[in-house]
Design a protein around this ligand. Structure first.
Ligand SMILES: [Zn+2]
Length: 407
């Protein structure tokens, strides 16, 4: 018998995402299931009939009736630029006129515009912004996330963004990983070679002392950082124990997928123009592909990632939001809907993409992303009785209750 302080029963489909359940290796569904946890950790998961014989209720045990609905792991968002100040809504008419991402950036918009506002913002303001957006994510069912820097682009302001993300993590949601993205753009007042030098000599050594930044990321893209520059920065970050991630091949094939494999990145994200060879090398190196359907929508990109090849290679496709001033879609249900209706992922691929596979993309899969004994009790009680109904309505948010382990 195990002790439990939370029990959820009357679950029509318990989507465990446990790939060891042989009857359903995709979603690991347990029908008429129950789940129990103690102090935020799952202690029982299985058939409701086995519950009474396995679990001992703690004095203050809460028993939740799921009313015959689907219960699933909380969503994991593996790619966000969550904390920034300023607004770039004025870029929408420009995009509608046909201006490209790069031409908007070259004319004073884009990342550099957000940098101006974010540098000026005091730390407290950034913490509040982060908390507000995180609240919206949690309400929708996101229980773990990644947060990138990249709107400071000086040592001082990048450290300020790290402090803001870390404060949000300590006070509100423990399951956050921070990524240093100094190589998001080159500030307007410095030459690129000099900026790379500043990153290597000052930013990376300083930031690595903070001990709370797990990943280093680069915007490897024409007009930003090319293959060689990206490689130099990521290899340098590795020396300081930061794990590489990469924004790869979004608007052009810059060999970003190949680079992700070469530097053994945990993930490569976007991948719209990646070569087949790049994807094959990623698979061999165990790099997780992260697709960002919200960005595809808001940048009016018609190209789709090579999902057929990713399937052939049996890659663990992850889905994330890429929340940023250019794409403010935070709702994971909409992202899953877009994955199916725009990218033609299967329902199972979409659900795995936003749970266990996105957990892999931020190396959190040992703790979250699926429901197994020993993992965190981060889960969603939905308002539908079958997972096929999770995709029926573009406007729906199927989160009835979110349970988050904050220990
Ligand atoms: Zn991004």
């Amino acid at each position: 018998m195990v002790k439990a302080d939370l029990i959820i029963k009357n679950i029509s489909e318990l989507l465990t995402l446990d790939e060891t359940i042989n009857a359903d290796p995709d979603l690991g569904i347990i029908y008429d299931g129950a789940i129990a946890s103690y102090r935020g950790t799952i202690v029982f998961i299985g058939d409701v009939k086995e519950l009474a014989g396995s679990v001992d209720k703690d004095e203050e045990c809460m028993v939740v009736d799921a009313n015959g609905s689907v219960v699933m792991p909380g969503f994991v968002d593996a790619h966000t630029h969550l904390i920034f100040d300023g607004d770039r809504s004025d870029e929408l008419p420009m995009k509608l006129k046909g201006m490209s991402y790069k031409s908007i950036a070259d004319s004073g918009g884009g990342i550099r515009k957000t940098v101006i506002h974010t540098r000026k913002a005091p730390l407290n303001k950034l913490i509040n912004i982060g908390k507000e957006r995180l609240d919206a994510m949690e309400m929708a069912g996101v229980t773990s996330t990644e947060i990138k820097t990249g709107y400071g682009l000086t040592t001082k302001s990048e450290l300020k963004l790290i402090d803001a993300a870390d404060t949000v993590r300590k006070n509100f949601l423990k399951n956050i990983e921070i990524t240093f993205l100094g190589a998001h753009a080159v500030p307007s007042d410095i030459r690129k070679e000099d900026y790379i030098d500043v990153m290597k000599k000052e930013m990376i050594p300083e930031i690595s002392k903070k001990k709370n930044v797990k990943f280093i990321d680069v915007f490897c893209e024409e007009g930003f950082f090319n293959y060689d520059e990206s490689k130099e920065i990521l290899e340098y970050g590795k020396k300081y124990n930061m794990i590489p991630k990469i924004h790869a091949d979004e608007f052009s094939d810059g060999n970003g997928a190949l680079l992700a494999a070469q530097v053994k990145a945990v993930s490569a994200d976007h991948l719209l123009k990646s070569s087949g060879h790049g994807l094959e090398e990623m698979k061999k190196a165990g790099v997780i592909p992260v697709l960002l359907p919200g960005t595809i929508l808001t940048t009016f990109i018609e190209v789709k990632p090579n999902i057929d090849l990713m399937r052939t290679l049996k890659m663990d496709i992850a889905i994330s939001s890429d929340y940023n001033p250019n794409c403010t879609i935070i709702n994971p249900w909409l992202l899953m809907w877009l994955s199916v209706y725009r990218l033609k992922l299967t329902l199972e691929e979409a659900i795995k993409g936003m749970t266990i596979n996105s957990a892999k993309a931020i190396a959190m899969d040992k703790k979250v992303g699926s429901l197994k004994v020993g993992k965190k009790a981060n889960l969603i009680i939905t308002d539908v009785n079958s997972h096929i109904h999770l995709f029926s309505d573009i406007t729906a948010t199927h989160t009835k209750n979110v349970i988050i382990s904050r220990i």
